[in-house]
Design a protein around this ligand. Sequence first.
Ligand SMILES: [Zn+2]
Ligand SMILES: [Zn+2]
Length: 272
Amino acid sequence: MRLSVLSSGSSGNATYIESVEGGLLVDAGLPCRRIESLLAHIGRSLDDIGAVLVTHGHADHTSGVRSLVRERGVEVFAAPGAGERLGATRVPPEEAFEVCGLSATFFEVPHDSLTYGLRLSDGERDVAMATDLGEAGPEVLRRMRGADTVVLEANHDPVWLRGGPYSARLKRRISSRDGHLSNRQAAEAALALAPHGLKDLVLAHLSKTNNSPARACGTVHKALREAGHGTIRVRAAIAGHPTPWVEVGTPLEIPEYLYRYAVEGRQLFEIE
Ligand SMILES: [Zn+2]
Ligand SMILES: [Zn+2]
């Protein structure tokens, strides 16, 4: 199993995951043509998508779903309250269903709309994802524990949010239990998951205003390193640039991970 977060953030979210049997998208919050061009960056096309799994109804996760269905006839899966308007096949949360050769399970997370995280397994390796959530409490962590790869929200730096340009009301909403996860909360969740086989952590849904990839990766990686988990590979998903492929379950070998993120030869940031 391998994955690439194609694009992430309030401008649109989509993650491509594939098994030996085929590929699927988790969320499709960008126009179909945009998804097509992002897939081309990782050597894939719309023909490779067999299904879309929708985490919740916000437009940054769903705006491209209808055109994918219309143009490609892909099947859409969602838990109750997340995809009825999209004509999704309804799957109950906490129950595994088979899709594109993988076993998938939705679990509820706190957000200001009925929202689900997702666990996917090929029978040997697991991926857990939660990209819109205000809190990663014990129930959420329990469902993500043991995954080899975790895609987790790191929306904002709390200090940047507090001092930033948003209205007091929006700041309250973002930092509430039904809002979005901060870098610090993501670091705490990473520390809880680290001893249970976590190898790759992709930080997602970063705010362009109140965060940066270097800030998010730096905060989380520092916490992991200080707790003796410095070999876990931490990277950030950003808007409009697919992450390099994450091969799920690749062993932790490199003694200390140095992360370089380059797009077409241009280095975007680096953490040590
Ligand atoms: Zn979102
Ligand atoms: Zn949302």
